[in-house]
Design a protein around this ligand. Structure first.
Ligand code: AMP
Ligand code: MG
Length: 464
């Protein structure tokens, strides 16, 4: 088995086995009628030492789920509960995915290779355990664009088309099927802790907190092992709150609406993952929603910070199983400041200017928001024009923003021809639909691969 991986730096892992007794169930992948390779993320594969796989080997592992060396012998469906649109649901868990393998990156951090659309599990309920090919393509486009915009996100590692016909109430059906593999810093979610609280299993909750802090959040094992439950709970919440605040800030600055910020979709690392009905907002409209079923606008663009904070509160409530409330509440109260700082920092980054001092940085960002709301200037165009030093609005509130902007030093090299072009890189719904239509109507994958290349080039320009 091991000899099919030429690249020497693959470091298979199975850390999850230390907590599998309470968090996982062994499952098997579906036997798909076909396995057609549609996307292999060679950039990500290089990072974990799998770039040497040829396409047949790739399909064997990521379409047929032959185990990877030194990792899991059997895929594991993970157990979790969660609040869905604020209603507690104990009937969830990995219903169409599983943890396939684990490994270490060069920095020694634990990574998961998890699936979506790999077949039914004990948690599928009435679902088919499948993923539409369109859903896979959409997750790929979201992750690539978010990465270019500096968001800490899971990566879309592989897409294999599986040759089945799927029926979906909200898509033209039958529609094509796929299995996706994502690479992420764990699949432990707020809902993983909520489940243990709901079944009153404090001992396992302590073990999950230790696993999260040591394996996923970079804490020292000996220190964490020596911590009593109260300190453990506080340390975990104190790690999560600024990460969740930064996640919310990163969504706002990207103009991204995740769409389903349920507590089972919020990773304990604050890494963004699980992309369904997402959209990028065309303009800075706080009420803009992504999911057609989000009638109340609970997960609208502007409510994402509040939602992430609410999710942190659900983690705190779960941690009450092993800790007193008062110190947890104090930690939760740090969210607002952490959010504001992260939002300002990320906004300045996208705008391509250096920080000055907290008061003038905040004033600049608030003036930018006022201007975008008042003018409905497309978000991508706003950042493109002003980052390139070409923004000029002529009237209020644009002038107020421009006066403040003039006091900030540029922080990004502008020699790339992207900045003299006439259109910003964007990922709006019409383009996403057009990319999908080329695949659906003509099996033409060129618009997708061209778009990924353009987004990656954009990412390089943004981080220059
Ligand atoms: P999501 O909204 O994608 O995060 O999924 C919420 C829950 O529904 C999770 O437990 C999923 O595993 C499950 N689920 C979603 N779609 C399917 C499906 N097609 N088949 C089985 N379970 C599903
Ligand atoms: Mg989910």
């Amino acid at each position: 088995m091991a000899d099919d991986i030429q690249d020497k730096s693959w470091q298979g892992e199975s850390a999850i086995l230390s907590i599998a007794d309470f968090i996982a169930d062994p499952v098997a992948a579906a036997d798909f009628p076909e396995a057609i390779l549609r996307w292999r993320n060679d950039r990500a594969a290089r990072d974990i030492g799998l770039a040497g796989l040829d396409d047949a080997q790739w399909i064997a592992h990521f379409g047929r789920f032959q185990p990877l060396p030194d990792s899991l012998a059997t895929p594991l469906a993970l157990r979790y509960h969660g609040h869905q649109f604020r209603v507690y649901n104990p009937d969830i868990g990995d219903g169409r995915g599983f943890l396939f393998a684990q490994c270490r990156d060069d920095a020694g951090r634990l990574l998961d290779l998890g699936t979506k659309g790999s077949g039914t599990t004990p948690y599928s309920r009435s679902g088919d355990g499948r993923l539409t090919l369109k859903g896979a393509v959409r997750e790929l486009l979201a992750t690539e664009m978010l990465a270019a915009l500096g968001v800490a996100t899971s990566r879309t590692f592989s897409i294999v088309e599986t040759g089945e016909q799927l029926w979906r109430g909200d898509e033209p059906s039958p529609t094509r099927s796929a299995v996706l593999v994502r690479l992420s810093h764990g699949h432990i979610r707020i809902g993983s802790f909520q489940r243990l609280a709901a079944i009153d299993d404090g001992a396992s909750l302590i073990r999950l907190a230790r696993y999260s802090l040591v394996e996923l959040l970079g804490h020292d094992r000996a220190t964490i092992d020596a911590m009593p439950p109260q300190a453990l709970a506080e340390t975990l919440l104190a790690a999560m709150v600024p990460r969740a605040a930064d996640l919310a800030a990163s969504y706002m600055v990207a103009g991204f609406v995740h769409g389903v910020l349920n507590s089972d979709n919020i990773a304990i690392t604050g890494e963004s993952f699980d992309y369904g009905p997402w959209r990028f907002a065309p303009t800075w409209a706080p009420a803009f929603t992504a999911a057609y079923f989000d009638h109340g606008g609970l997960y609208s663009f502007g409510r994402q910070p509040e939602t992430l904070h609410w999710n942190c509160a659900q983690l705190a409530i779960a941690l009450r199983t092993i800790a007193d409330a008062q110190p947890l509440i104090a930690i939760l109260e740090g969210f607002a400041d952490a959010y504001r700082d992260a939002f300002v920092k990320r906004f300045l980054w996208r705008l391509g200017v250096a920080a000055r001092d907290p008061a003038s940085d905040l004033a600049l960002v608030e003036a930018a928001e006022r201007m975008m709301v008042a003018t409905s200037l497309p978000i991508d165009r706003f950042f493109f024009a002003y980052a390139a030093g070409r923004g000029a609005s002529g009237d209020e509130p644009g002038r107020a923003f421009e006066e403040l902007l003039a006091r900030h030093r540029p922080a990004r090299a502008l020699d790339d021809r992207y900045w003299s072009g006439d259109a910003p890189q964007a990922m709006l719904i019409d383009e996403v639909e057009a990319i999908w239509a080329a695949i659906a109507e003509r099996d033409d994958w060129t618009p997708l691969t061209d778009k990924i290349a353009a987004v990656r080039a954009f990412g390089a320009v943004m981080s220059a």
